[in-house]
Design a protein around this ligand. Sequence first.
Ligand code: G3P
Length: 219
Amino acid sequence: MKIFVDSADLDEIKELASWGIVDGVTTNPTLVKRSGKSFKEIIEEIFTLVDGPISLEVVSEQAEDMVTEAEDLYNSVSKKYQKNVAIKIPMTPEGLKAVKILSSKGIQTNVTLVFSANQALLAAKAGASFVSPFIGRLDDIGQEGMNIIEEIVEIFYNYNIETEVIVASIRHPIHVIQSARIGADIATIPPKIIRKMSHHSLTDIGIKRFLKDWESVKK
Ligand code: G3P
């Protein structure tokens, strides 16, 4: 399973990329706001940190405006990085129209705010490169978010659909294990959860013990 960093924090992305575990990045307007940087600053640097799909979200609501905004974003990235641009488009009928147009122009799209398998199926039919079902937000309203991942993965498998499933709105490390067991293509994970995945208290205890024992070894 590929791991994307769900963040617009350039320092965090750089650090996690140095671990050798990052296959891509997803951002959204909330994450850009949280980073405290301008969108321009983020776009200028983010492509230099990770050589994989980088999702950048449009904020227009009409298909034509989404396409214009997407093309502006795509063209604002230097030519060598354009292959990594994935335009995040919200899952609406207007969004589907935009996805169809952008995919015919060879621009990758990531259909976001997906909350059902039917939405994912429509997005894939329109030509989305990625779909992003938000499981944590479903859990928040008392629905088992992971169920839609199972449904989408099964449906895409049945019909050899090439659209990749990005499990999004991940809230804890168990979500990541569940995504991988189901066979989702990608999990997009907030940095703090990637750090939790790397940690085990027995690892810390083991290191302490080895270091202590090493002190009393004749060198
Ligand atoms: O990519 C954005 C998505 O992961 C949102 O997560 O935690 O705001 O539901 P959250």
